[in-house]
Design a protein around this ligand. Structure first.
Ligand code: KG4
Ligand code: ZN
Length: 355
């Protein structure tokens, strides 16, 4: 198998993104372009992503984003080996826009189509950026997802734990909204927490001590609301203390659950080559710091893709497409977009695609 050149398209949430990535014969990746157009401003007034607005925005800009990604990479459609698009999970309107566009390009250019699971793309990014080998433990923490996954190969994933209610990023966003901080909430809460007192409020650490590495955020969110109402009106110091105490509870919960997941892998005789952090919450410095410690204590290392590759982007889709194509996998033009698509249901690469 020679070098592979892939175009990747990402439209599952509120970023319209396209990128060109090369995968060299030996498995080393190189990003030739990575264009991300964020819709954050379109959704800010609503304090969250509005699906209908997101889908329309993807329609408006995707063509030009793809054009720019190809131009910046200095690549023409005929140079490509395949077109990869995130086919789910995500907001279905956006997924339809990206996947249909990819199908049209694949059909017109005669190139392979690779329908990529968005979560798989997050899972495999550290192989592009850090050359991480299998198996590894993935902590995926974004606005829509909170999962601990044992990654054993391309298409070989086991979800060890997940959230039983809100995603961690979502909890940051809701906490921010509750405290009058701007959207997206994660960076705003982290900034406020820097000057706050993390022990002023003792918020719960849900599910600590449970045998499965699952997460629960809704009790914590309620606890923040109750305390905030008790001391309202909130001063700037109150907001900072609430943020710091909230973030401290989240960090403790993450550390405890990740320790457990590492232990589970080891008890099964697996030696994780790394703990990989992915998703927007991976930008949080307190989360990174504790995970570095947890990984080292657990006899492994922390691998975190750079921030622009932790959040949604086209390069991760192109790379996941390249990893699949290198193993001989393509998808048919009939592949249907999926709002829901658990990582474990991602087609293994050594099996035939159902007709
Ligand atoms: O991966 P991402 O860009 O989009 C998806 O949700 O797929 O993640 C966005 C999420 C938002 O909930 C945002 O508040 C959170 O990541 N986030 C953070 C930080 N930066 C972004 N959460 C905590 N601390 C941060 N510094
Ligand atoms: Zn994502």
């Amino acid at each position: 198998m020679s070098d592979l050149l892939l175009l990747g398209i990402e439209t599952t949430c509120d970023e319209t993104a396209a990128a060109v990535v090369r995968r060299r014969q030996g498995g080393v990746g190189e990003i030739l372009s990575n264009v991300v157009l964020s819709q954050v401003d379109d959704h800010a007034a609503y304090g969250g992503v509005v699906p209908e607005i997101a889908a329309r925005a993807h329609v408006e800009v995707l063509d030009r984003v793809i054009e720019r990604a190809l131009a910046e990479a200095g690549v023409a459609l005929r140079d490509l080996d395949g077109i990869a698009a995130a086919a789910g999970p995500g907001l279905i309107g956006g997924v339809i826009v990206g996947l249909t566009t990819a199908k049209a390009i694949a059909l017109a250019s005669g190139k392979a189509l690779i329908a990529v699971n968005h979560l798989e793309a997050h899972a495999l990014t550290a192989r592009l950026t850090d050359g991480v080998g299998f198996p590894y433990l993935l902590l995926l923490v974004s606005g829509g997802h909170t999962q601990l996954v044992a990654v054993r190969g391309v298409g070989d994933y086991e979800k060890l734990g997940g959230t039983i209610d809100d995603a961690i990023g979502e909890a940051f966003d809701k906490t921010a909204k509750m405290l009058g901080l701007p959207y997206p909430g994660g960076p705003a809460v982290e900034r406020a927490a820097q000057s706050g007192d993390p022990v002023r409020f003792s918020f719960p650490r849900p599910l600590a001590g449970r045998p499965e590495p699952d997460f629960s955020l809704s009790g914590l969110k309620t606890a923040v609301r109750v305390e905030a109402l008790k001391i309202a009106p909130l001063s700037e110091k109150d907001v900072a203390d609430l943020c710091a105490s909230f973030q401290s509870a989240v960090v403790d919960m993450i550390a405890d659950r990740v320790r457990l997941a590492l232990r589970i892998m080891r008890e099964r005789g697996e030696k994780p080559t790394a703990l990989v952090l992915a998703g927007g919450v991976g930008a949080n410095q307190a989360v990174r710091k504790i995970l570095h410690k947890v990984a080292t204590e657990g006899g492994t290392r922390l691998a975190v893709p750079p921030p622009e590759l932790c959040t949604d982007n086209g390069a991760m889709i192109a790379w996941a497409g390249a990893e699949r194509l290198a193993l001989g996998r393509k998808d048919s033009l009939e592949f249907a977009p999926r709002a829901r698509w658990p990582l474990e249901e991602t087609a293994p690469v050594d099996e035939e695609q159902p007709a």
